[in-house]
Design a protein around this ligand. Structure first.
Ligand SMILES: Cc1cc2nc3c(=O)[nH]c(=O)nc-3n(C[C@H](O)[C@H](O)[C@H](O)COP(=O)(O)OP(=O)(O)OC[C@H]3O[C@@H](n4cnc5c(N)ncnc54)[C@H](O)[C@@H]3O)c2cc1C
Length: 287
């Protein structure tokens, strides 16, 4: 087995039957070549996995590969997300590696609300130069003074799978993302909840910044998992419904975004896929 770095997958090609992928067309340092294989595992992230499948359209697969359901690229999600700085004039936060604290008290519906609001967790310590990128007009010294007295939180609420929120590839081959916000009331309420809680905890100044389409760090959903081939791209193990030897092992298979960090779920699904289709994990560990 070989790992090919700096190598971009352009498209996947099937055999004449259209049921099996036989070649990945790739580009490395300006040179194009083909990679052959028996099985193909796509894990290019929610935007690029969908784009590769869409760019691989042929007469047999006119809407793109693995796209009999017309779901490839659709149901794009990325969380409703905000950052909060809770600032105290009297407490200095000199953490270098901020300890992670997560609060899931309003993750589920309950007495507080008939619907879930989401989760919040501390993230790596904000510093003056980081803040400067978001607030270029504010003097660095002022930003440093804030950062020295802040505890910093990342807020996440679930955005819901909407068929019209989608990744497409335009005529020039570029990826275009269409997204309209949904479930945002819950996110605004999560922000208000966090503000109240942090003020009560002794941080009189609570600043927040909401993030939109420019923050794609948690994107997912564009090759959704499901048991119905008419309404999903991969089955419950990650194998494409429409092809005999295509598997997807990234966040694009998420049928819902939940309201928590995605990486461990991606890893768990990928390990399960590998175990199910390529044999027990123990047999594949290279010493
Ligand atoms: C700043 C930041 C902080 C984050 N913090 C957290 C966190 O604390 N906890 C958490 O759980 N998650 C976090 N995330 C989210 C997490 O990193 C992603 O959800 C996760 O990496 C997605 O995994 P993936 O396999 O779907 O895609 P990716 O990790 O994006 O992997 C896709 C890979 O495919 C490659 N690729 C794309 N297109 C092609 C192509 N055409 N040919 C070849 N290769 C291609 C890319 O270069 C990349 O290496 C964070 C993300 C960011 C950006």
């Amino acid at each position: 087995m070989a790992l090919s770095t700096r190598t971009k997958v352009l498209r996947l090609r099937t055999d004449p039957s259209g049921h099996r992928i036989v070649v990945a067309e790739v580009e490395r340092d300006g040179e194009r070549f083909e990679v052959k294989g028996n099985s193909f595992v796509l894990a290019a992230g929610a935007a690029n996995t969908a784009a590769i499948l869409l760019r691989s359209a042929t007469d047999r697969h006119p809407r793109g590969l693995a796209n009999g359901s017309d779901c490839v690229g659709r149901y794009y999600m990325q969380h409703n997300m905000s950052a909060i700085m809770a600032v105290s004039p009297v407490r200095v936060n000199d953490s270098i590696f901020q300890k992670t604290i997560a609060i899931n008290d309003v993750y589920l519906a309950g007495a507080h609300r008939p619907y879930p609001m989401g989760s919040l967790a501390t993230f790596g310590k904000l510093l003056g130069p980081i803040l400067k990128t978001a607030r270029p007009r504010v003097p660095l010294r002022a930003l440093q003074a804030f950062a020295r007295r802040s505890v910093d939180w990342w807020l996440m609420s679930e955005d819901l799978p909407d068929r019209e929120n989608r990744v497409v590839v335009d005529a020039g081959g570029r990826i275009v993302v269409h997204r309209r916000l949904n479930n945002y009331t819950a996110h605004r309420e999560l922000i208000a909840f966090a503000r109240r809680m942090l003020t009560r905890a002794g941080y009189p100044l609570v600043l927040h910044q909401e993030f939109g389409l420019e923050t794609t760090s948690h994107h997912c959903g564009t090759a959704r998992m499901g048991i119905d081939p008419a309404d999903s791209v991969v089955d419950s193990t990650g194998k494409a419904h429409d092809l005999d030897n295509l598997y997807i092992a990234d966040s694009s298979v998420f049928p819902a975004s939940a309201a928590n960090n995605p990486s461990l779920t991606i890893a768990a699904l990928s390990l399960r896929l590998a175990d199910r289709h390529f044999g027990p994990l123990d047999n594949r560990i290279v010493q």
